[in-house]
Ligand binder design. Structure first.
Ligand code: SF4
Length: 427
């Protein structure tokens, strides 16, 4: 930390934040309840996702799974379908598994302390602090992306906030502010106040310091260093991201339904439905009982930039033999493969790449014409429904450039990584 100004007083900051929050808080549906399950759902949905996006999802979710027991009893397919479009589906899978764990290990009630909450699958330090403080009133601190930004600016934290040292410094500061909260004030209000300030006032760009309740104490503001703090590592350039290349199969039956396969629950993107795919096109087809048609011609190529990698998916027509049935072989990585009407597929828990490819269906004659060798690549590149609603996707481009037939081998599929940093995007 710098010596540019007096050390901010945690007690003054805590009081100012809570007082401000009483008047400035947004009326959000999950703020009208103290139900720890409802708060848990909201906190998980809000990770990586904006408030405006979450509100209708949370409302539908609570109507569909009103209690923790209802969620635990629901099939994973239903849970993923309710999550469809929110992205980062591991959150939904963990909620589902966590609910079952609470039923089995904690008698159906979420534990009341942050320490015990962390024993539940999918509940990390941030979520535990949120549930414990908001639902149970425990004086548990928390740090998410918004809190990190506010604390780093107010206290002029000079360490990379994503490093281990930076994380420790932020949790220590959050703990100090919480410890200094006057006894008559609510811990949940303090935590929500810091998050609200980060979402609405102390924004990443152009914070509105003039209306900030901790304006006088803020060291970044005093030094005019709001643009420099928090310190974050430089973003990787898009072209420096590793490429994961796969071939997806486009198989349509005589009723116009498309073959979709469900990933096994334990792996990456577990439980999601997608066009059957693999690194090797012939092997991917054989694993579900299909054969590649039209000499493996690529009908269209989908490109998608994720946080840690770039996906390049060639879509190739395939077919199954007359009288044969789709079946997921053990080596396929799928636990189910079935026919689905294209228009109904978005209601499934659908992988973002497949959602993007299916979203071109109205524009592309190749994709709506059953059978082999009928690909007439007229797809218009456009943003997809799947990509626009998926928090995992920064950009999505789908093109239909025909190329010569080839079976594509993956160059980096084994290094595929999922995004794990839990920075909140609530705003
Ligand atoms: S004074 Fe400005 S930089 Fe400091 S916490 Fe408030 S909004 Fe953020």
């Amino acid at each position: 930390m710098t010596g540019i100004a007096a050390e901010p007083d945690p007690g003054s900051i805590a009081r100012a934040l809570v007082a401000w929050y009483q008047g400035a808080r947004r009326d959000l549906p999950w703020r009208r309840t103290r139900d720890p399950y409802a708060i848990w759902v909201s906190e998980i949905m809000l990770q990586q996702t904006r408030v405006a996006t979450v509100i209708p999802y949370w409302t539908r979710w609570m109507a569909r799974f009103p209690t923790l027991a209802a969620l635990a009893a629901a099939p994973l397919d239903d849970v993923l379908a309710a999550w469809a479009g929110l992205g980062y589906y591991s959150r939904a899978r963990n909620l589902h598994a966590g609910a079952a764990e609470v039923i089995g290990r904690f008698g159906g009630a979420l534990p009341a302390t942050a320490a015990r909450l962390r024993e539940v699958r999918g509940i990390g330090a941030y979520t535990a602090g949120a549930i414990a403080s908001i639902a149970y009133g425990e004086r548990a601190p928390l740090v998410d992306g918004n809190v990190a930004r506010v604390l780093a600016r107010v206290f002029a934290v000079e360490t990379d906030v994503k490093s281990a040292a930076g994380t420790r410094a932020l949790w220590t500061l959050a703990g100090a502010v919480m410890a200094a909260l006057p006894a008559e004030l609510a811990a949940g209000d303090l935590n929500q106040a810091v998050m609200e300030l980060g979402a609405t006032v102390c924004t990443p760009a152009a914070p509105t310091c003039l209306v900030c309740p901790v304006h006088d104490a803020c060291r970044a503001r005093a030094a005019g260093r709001q643009d420099e703090l928090p310190v974050v590592p430089p973003r990787k350039r898009e072209d420096a991201l590793p490429v994961v290349a796969r071939t997806a199969l486009w198989i349509v039956d005589d009723r116009g339904r498309v073959a979709l396969a469900r990933r096994r629950p334990e792996g990456l993107f577990g439980g999601l439905w997608e066009l059957p795919a693999g690194a090797d096109v012939a092997a991917a087809a054989a694993a579900i009982g299909a054969t590649v048609t039209s000499a493996g011609a690529i009908a269209m190529t989908h490109r998608q930039v994720l946080s840690h990698r770039r996906l390049v998916i060639d879509v190739v027509p395939a077919q199954i033999a007359a009288g044969a049935r789709l079946a997921a072989a053990a080596e396929s990585g799928y636990d189910a493969v079935d026919w689905h009407p294209v228009h109904a597929a978005p209601a499934l828990g659908l992988a973002a790449s497949t959602a993007a490819i299916l979203a071109t269906e109205k524009d592309a004659s190749w994709i709506s014409t059953p059978g082999p060798s009928s690909c007439s690549p007229r797809a218009t590149p456009r943003s997809s429904k799947g990509s626009s609603s998926s928090a995992t996707t920064s950009t999505t481009r789908t093109s239909s450039t025909p190329r010569s037939a080839r079976a594509r081998a993956s160059t980096s599929s084994s290094t595929t990584r999922s995004r794990s940093g839990a920075r909140s995007k609530r705003s």
